[in-house]
Design a protein around this ligand. Structure first.
Ligand code: T1G
Length: 685
């Protein structure tokens, strides 16, 4: 097998060229190839060494498919130390996304050039890791402490221009990278060997590290990698490069062997896996989607419109009347103004996007759109009427999608003469922010419609997960046991604060009762009222919410729900009147309220998710457990450090989860706690 790395002497330039598709990851063979090329460059007639890559990007990092396997030599730090130790100038030429170990390769070179379109980054923190091949020691020496901390604790890539300003790149190459880099390498013949490891760390505020620790603790709650990165950068300011590199190595290994990184690497691969439909041929043709129509200018419709406009796709927003349309467009204007105020969008970018959204009250304006998304409220009859009208108004081949959270997409499709063009695109509120998109494949959805929507999701920067048709699809269906157990814990003895605090300590972005207040207690109430009595479940699991809804305590929208909300700051505070309601309703059910340990709350809510998730996989509603993890991390604030409910169950041990579910079945009844057959199978085999 030929090496993915070639070394050729071109005149007096020794050219190391890496060609390891798809992203030139630093696999063992690549590390060995670079190592061997350096050995040649050490003794040949080359005056300058140039390292560059074939394909779409410079090295995009260590090969994460090797993680978790027994480590193989040569080690990256050794390769880079040897590269840097060369007695002749070493030039790195960057294009695409030079990330992680890829950018660390460039840092070990003496000079760095890049195409204007190139990006550099150290995203290891997103995998629960830190730059483990010198990055934490070389970056502050080149760019200073503040920029180094920002780059490594956020993990966000920066464009070549910004890297140039920071001193991380020395030259921007316009035109052909290889030719420009070769010419520059010629110019550098005889130039000093400039090793970043030998440079001192520029001055910095003494308090910068503690400030960075506080910021990381807030922004990456519970994550240890950012804290270790800060430790390493602090070490760089206090000790030699060699000693700092040793500290970096130790902390890298600690993170690599830790549960958080295993969880976050699982999510990295699961997200990519989720975009693949197992039974869909890779080359399934896709329909062009250049224009989009949206029915309904409410919160969801407006947010969805923004998602497309932000990706440069023109949108026609349909409402039933001029004033409804005006109201809808006003929501969009407010959202854009908010994004500009928060610095998320520049003034003119927001203006450009906003200009792509036009309003209308006439379905005839949808005659040529390629995709329509219906986003009206959850009334099945209304949705069917709308789809019958779309069937007549839209051109043949237009995709007709519904944003429904619960309704049966097969029934909606049946309201048209083209069920093969109908699909579910379930966005999450706020639709212009939340990245999750459940792509609901109905029985008759055509393969090309499905393939089109899965790739369209990525174009509008959403994370797609395919779901089959069932009540609540993947995410909302799993919310049923989650909220059931939250409410039962409350009526059995816990307070709303205790339940929420227990779940937020577990890592949830927001506790379930605060989520209920945010979403609106009336939403669950109405959905439940629409269900026949026998489908509503255990009345003890919704009685309190029912009382609150009926007395107008709908949550944040009415200023009070499970909690009271400050009208200005919307800060929540506990509501004694709710506690009285809870105690009264518990007594009415004859429930002796008791102390409930936090651990029981967490296990009941999380294993409620896991048990339902197991059913969803075995019914084929979700393709794989990892898909469910992506849904919960991107759509419901499940902590990335736990990898999603299904990965978490794996980490705890399926056997232990199964035992606990059996215990809950014995204590709380088989209706809620019969173990899913797949859980039983995995636990007992
Ligand atoms: N290793 C192995 N495979 C990788 C990979 C990597 N680092 N990055 C991507 N792939 C695969 C991916 O699984 C997919 O495979 C294909 O490439 C295309 O990826 C020591 C330890 C580079 C911006 O975190 O951010 O360096 O599904 O679908 O949307 O300090 O991939 O086609 O078979 O994402 O164009 C640090 C992770 C590693 C970068 C391209 N580096 N990758 O995005 O394509 S840790 C990263 C990305 C490290 C050192 C430490 C993105 C991308 P398949 P894709 P894309």
């Amino acid at each position: 097998m030929s090496s993915p790395v070639s070394y050729t002497l071109e005149g007096s330039i020794g050219v190391i060229s890496v060609n390891n598709p798809p992203v030139n990851a630093l696999s063992q063979a690549v590390r060995q190839g670079i190592f061997d090329a350096i050995a040649e460059a050490e003794r040949d007639a080359s005056k300058v060494v140039l390292i560059l890559c074939e394909g779409r990007t410079f090295i995009a990092g260590a090969d994460i498919t090797e993680f978790g396997k027994p480590p193989a030599e040569p080690w990256l730090p050794e390769v880079f130390d040897r590269l840097e130790a060369l007695e002749k100038p070493v030039v790195a030429a960057l294009h695409g996304t030079a990330l992680g170990g890829g950018f660390e390769t460039a840092l070990a070179a003496h000079y760095r050039c890049a195409l204007p379109s190139a990006k550099i980054g150290l995203p290891e923190v997103k995998l629960g890791l830190l730059p483990g091949a010198g990055g934490t020691q070389r970056t502050p020496r080149l760019a200073g402490v503040e920029a180094a901390l920002e780059l490594m604790t956020t993990g966000n890539p920066i464009p070549a221009g910004k890297a140039f300003e920071l001193g991380l790149i020395d030259k921007i190459i316009d035109g052909d990278l290889r030719a420009g880099a070769m010419a520059w390498a010629e110019e550098l013949t005889g130039a000093p060997v400039r090793r970043s490891s030998e440079q001192p760390v520029p001055g910095h505020d003494a308090g910068i590290f503690d400030a960075a620790r506080g910021l990381a603790a807030r922004k990456a709650r519970g994550q240890i990698a950012p804290q270790r990165i800060i430790d390493c950068v602090e070490a760089a300011t206090r000790t030699s490069f060699q000693d700092g590199a040793k500290i970096e190595r130790e902390k890298f290994m600690e993170l690599m062997q830790g549960e958080q990184s295993a969880a976050m690497r699982h999510l990295f691969f699961s997200e990519r896996q989720a975009a693949k439909i197992d039974d869909l041929p890779k080359d399934t043709p896709q329909r062009a989607v250049e224009t989009v129509g949206i029915i309904g200018g409410g919160t969801m419709g407006g947010g969805i419109a923004m998602s497309f406009a932000n990706a440069g796709i023109p949108v026609t927003l349909i409402e039933i009347s001029d004033e409804a349309l005006e109201h809808g467009l006003a929501i969009v204007d407010r959202n854009y103004a908010g994004s500009v105020k928060r610095g998320k969008l520049s003034e003119d970018k927001a203006g450009q996007c906003r200009s792509l959204i036009t309003g209308s009250t006439d379905y005839a304006d949808l005659a040529d759109v390629d995709l329509v998304i219906e986003a009206v409220f959850e009334d099945p009859e209304l949705k069917k009427q709308i789809f019958a009208r779309l069937d007549a108004a839209c051109k043949p081949g237009a995709i007709l999608a519904t944003n429904t959270s619960y309704q049966d997409v097969n029934l909606i499709a049946a309201a048209t003469k083209r069920p093969e063009d109908v699909i579910g695109l379930h966005f999450f509120s706020p639709a212009n922010i939340m990245k999750l998109l459940e792509v609901v494949r109905a029985e008759k959805t055509a393969d090309d419609v499905l393939a089109t929507c899965m790739s369209l999701a990525r174009k509008i920067r959403k994370v797609p997960v395919m779901s089959g048709v069932c009540y609540g699809f993947i995410g909302n269906r799993m919310l049923q046991p989650y909220f059931r157990e939250a409410q039962l814990c409350v009526i059995e003895g816990a307070t709303p604060e205790q339940v929420d605090n227990a779940m937020e300590s577990f890592g949830m972005a927001m506790g379930p009762l605060r989520v209920a207040d945010l979403a609106g207690i009336d939403v669950g109430y109405k959905a439940r009222q629409a269900l026949p009595e026998e489908m509503r479940g255990d009345p003890r699991s919704y009685r309190v919410a029912e009382v609150l809804a009926e007395m107008g305590r709908l949550g944040q929208k009415s200023g009070a729900g499970f909690y009271n909300y400050d009208p200005e700051t919307r800060k929540h505070s506990s509501a004694p009147e709710v506690l009285e309601i809870i105690e009264r309703e518990a007594a009415a059910f004859g429930i002796e309220r008791r102390e409930i340990p936090d651990e029981e709350i967490v296990d009941r809510l999380v294993y409620g998710l896991v048990n339902e998730g197991m059913r969803i996989v075995e019914e084929g509603i979700a393709q794989r457990p990892g898909d469910i993890d992506i849904v919960y991390v991107y759509g419901y604030g499940f902590p990335v450090t736990r990898g999603g409910p299904m990965h978490y169950a794996d980490a705890v041990g399926i056997g232990r989860v199964y035992e606990r579910v059996l215990e809950f079945r014995d204590r709380f009844g088989a209706e809620a706690w019969t173990p899913a057959p797949l859980l039983e199978k995995l636990a007992t085999e």
